[in-house]
Design a protein around this ligand. Structure first.
Ligand code: TLP
Length: 346
C-alpha cells in the first residue's frame, strides 16, 4: 500500500534528473569559494531573486538564523509575527545564539502584520529601549495556511522600513509557491525587501538546501556567520547540483500542488465535523479544524496514519501539504480515509 504522506512538502524525494546531476556534479572546496556548482547555484539564486549575491546554506532554519545574525547585533530588536516560523519553530535561535530581542506582533489571518502596528512597535531612541533593526515577513505564510503575501503589501512594508531606517528580511521558504499562486515574477515579491531566503528542499524536491540572497556586502558578512554556526561545507556541489535542477525544472509545476490542495480543501468541506473555508487555500498548505472534542487532532492523525495517510497535528489544528509525490488520485483516496475516520468518531 502506498503511504500518502501529507505531513509536509519536505518529504519530497529528489527526482531522477537531480540524482543524475548530483552524480555528475563538478565540485571543489566551497569554503575556499572553489566549488563551481555551488557558485553557479548561488549566481542563479541571486538572479532569480533580483539580488546582488546569494549564499547556499543547509536549511531554512540556518538561512533564517544566518540572516538575523547578519542583520542584527546583540540587544537589537526584530519585529516579527507571532505565527512566524522564525518565532515558533527555531528554538529561539536568534535569541539563544545572537542575543537578538524579539518583538512579536499578531499575524493577521492573511499572514500580514498590520502596518500601523509595525509603526507602533518601532522603538524611540531611548537609553532604556533596545534598538529596532529589522522587520521580518514570511511568504507564503506557513501557519496562516500557506497564504501568499502580495507585492503591494511587501512594498508597503519596505517603504515603511526605509522611512524608519530599518531593514526587511523575508523568510521565503515557499516564495515560489507565492509567485506561482499570484501569477507574478518572484522579483515582484522580493524588490521591497533587503534580504530574502528560500528553500530548495520543500516543494522544489531537492534533498538539502536553502539560499540567502541580498547585497554583495550582506552576503559576504552572512558567509562569515554561516561559518561560525558550522555551516561551511566543502564539496557541497553534490547537493547544489540538485538545487540547480530544482530551480530549472520544478518551479512551474507547483501549480499542480496548488490544484491538488484546492481539490483536497473542497473535499474536506463536504465532510461533517471538519471546518474549513476552501477559499482560504491558495497554495499547497491546507489547515483545518475538527469541530467536535473527539477525535482530538492527535487521535485523528494516529487513526489516519493506520490507514496509510499521514497528516500533521498542529496543536488542535490539522495540516496537510500537497507536493510532487501526491497526485489527484491520492487526494481522493485521502478524502475517503478522512471521511471514514470522521464517521467512526461520530
Ligand atoms: N517548516 C517545516 C517544519 O518546520 C514544520 C514544514 O514542514 O513546514 N521557514 C518556513 C516558513 C518553514 O515552513 C520552514 C520549515 C522553515 C523556515 C525551516 O526550514 P528547514 O526545515 O529547512 O530548517
Amino acid at each position: 500500500m502506498k503511504v500518502i504522506d501529507l505531513r509536509s512538502d519536505t518529504v519530497t524525494l529528489p527526482t531522477p534528473a537531480m540524482r543524475e546531476a548530483m552524480y555528475r556534479a563538478e565540485v571543489g572546496d566551497d569554503v575556499f569559494g572553489e566549488d563551481p556548482t555551488v557558485n553557479r547555484l548561488e549566481a542563479m539564486a541571486a538572479e532569480r531573486m533580483g539580488k546582488e549575491a546569494a549564499l547556499f546554506v543547509v536549511s531554512g532554519t540556518m538561512a533564517n538564523l544566518v540572516s538575523l545574525l547578519t542583520h542584527c547585533g546583540r540587544g537589537h530588536e526584530i519585529i516579527v509575527g507571532d505565527l512566524a516560523h522564525t518565532f515558533l519553530y527555531e528554538q529561539g535561535g536568534s535569541a539563544a545564539l545572537g542575543g537578538i530581542h524579539v518583538h512579536t506582533l499578531r499575524n493577521q489571518p492573511d499572514g500580514t502584520l498590520d502596518l500601523q502596528e509595525i509603526e507602533g512597535a518601532i522603538r524611540a531612541d531611548n537609553i532604556h529601549f533596545p534598538r529596532t533593526r529589522l522587520i521580518c515577513l514570511e511568504n507564503t505564510h506557513n501557519r496562516c495556511g500557506g497564504v501568499p503575501l502580495t507585492p503591494e503589501y511587501t512594498d508597503a512594508v519596505g517603504d515603511l522600513a526605509r522611512r524608519h531606517g530599518l531593514a526587511v528580511y523575508l523568510d521565503g521558504a515557499r516564495i515560489f509557491n507565492a509567485a506561482v499562486a499570484l501569477g507574478v515574477d518572484v522579483r515582484e515579491l522580493t524588490r521591497g525587501v533587503d534580504t530574502v531566503s528560500f528553500c530548495l528542499s520543500k516543494g522544489l524536491c531537492a534533498p538539502v538546501g536553502s539560499l540567502v540572497c541580498g547585497t554583495r556586502d550582506f552576503i559576504a558578512e552572512a558567509r562569515r556567520n554561516r561559518k561560525i554556526v558550522g555551516g561551511g561545507m566543502r564539496q557541497a556541489g553534490i547537493i547544489a547540483a540538485a538545487g540547480i535542477v530544482a530551480l530549472e525544472q520544478m518551479v512551474d509545476r507547483l501549480a499542480e500542488d496548488h490544484e491538488n490542495a484546492r481539490r483536497l480543501a473542497l473535499g474536506l468541506a463536504e465532510i461533517p465535523g471538519i471546518s474549513i473555508d476552501p477559499a482560504q487555500v491558495r497554495t499547497n498548505i491546507v489547515i483545518f479544524d475538527l469541530v467536535a472534542e473527539r477525535p482530538t487532532s492527535a487521535e485523528f492523525a494516529a487513526r489516519l496514519s493506520a490507514d496509510g495517510v499521514k497528516v500533521l497535528a498542529l496543536g488542535e489544528r490539522i495540516r496537510l501539504v500537497t507536493h510532487y509525490g501526491i497526485d489527484a488520485a491520492d487526494i481522493d483516496k485521502a478524502l475517503v480515509a478522512i471521511r471514514k475516520v470522521m464517521q467512526e468518531a461520530g
